[in-house]
Design a protein around this ligand. Structure first.
Ligand SMILES: Nc1ncnc2c1ncn2[C@@H]1O[C@H](COP(=O)(O)OP(=O)(O)OP(=O)(O)O)[C@@H](O)[C@H]1O
Ligand SMILES: O=C(O)C1=C[C@@H](O)[C@@H](O)[C@H](O)C1
Ligand SMILES: [Mg+2]
Length: 171
């Protein structure tokens, strides 16, 4: 079975899409993003899925989208920020070249703001951010072959650090 060359996980604002794009460019590969896959399949944006169908439905679509992308995609894969909440998804990621892009709460808020249309941050965003980061950190760490800090690094420097980390930690 062929699997992605690089899989990026991390909270919103960690840089999965930005850094994923840079890595894909350098390796001459495609970038695939499970959030985009879900939106395409559902025919509506993620905030609308949350609002109209609820978070559990979104998580089921997400688990399915990750399973499909891991089986099909051989380029760079960026997962939604909450994909690691699902135990089957975590099991699927074991042994794959997964990198956790780590970002501190204050920096993530600086990057994506408090008022962007991210459904989970709709109510009491600062507190939600804190809870979300604390609750997920162990899952991001568990699935990752390497952790790359993004603090004080440009997206280009983060891309280099991801590729270096994967070279140091081959399968
Ligand atoms: N290392 C970095 N330094 C400074 N800004 C960054 C860095 N990485 C990403 N950014 C900026 O942070 C914002 C969010 O980045 P991006 O959309 O890539 O995050 P994401 O992890 O894909 O978020 P989401 O989970 O919401 O899809 C963008 O404006 C991007 O330019
Ligand atoms: O952190 C999360 O739970 C989410 C992050 C985004 O990538 C989207 O998958 C969605 O907005 C949920
Ligand atoms: Mg993204």
């Amino acid at each position: 079975m062929s699997t992605p060359a690089v899989i990026l996980v991390g909270p919103p604002g960690s840089g999965k899409t930005t850094v994923g794009g840079l890595i894909a460019e350098r390796l001459g590969l495609e970038l695939r993003d499970t959030d985009a896959d879900i939106e395409r399949a559902a025919g509506k944006p993620i905030p609308e899925i949350f609002l109209e169908d609820g978070e559990p439905h979104f998580r089921a679509l997400e688990a399915d989208a990750v399973r499909r992308a891991v089986a099909e995609h051989t380029g760079v894969l960026s997962l939604g920020g909450g994909a690691v909440l699902d135990p089957a998804t975590r099991a699927l990621l074991v042994g794959l070249p997964v990198v956790f892009l780590d970002v501190a709460l204050a920096e993530a808020v600086r990057r994506v703001g408090l008022d962007v249309p991210r459904p989970l941050l709709a109510v009491n965003p600062r507190q939600r951010w804190r809870t979300l980061m604390e609750e997920r950190r162990p899952w991001y760490t568990e699935v990752a072959r390497a952790v790359v800090t993004t603090a004080d690094r440009t997206p280009d420097e983060v891309a280099t650090a991801v590729l270096d980390a994967l070279e140091r930690h081959p399968a």
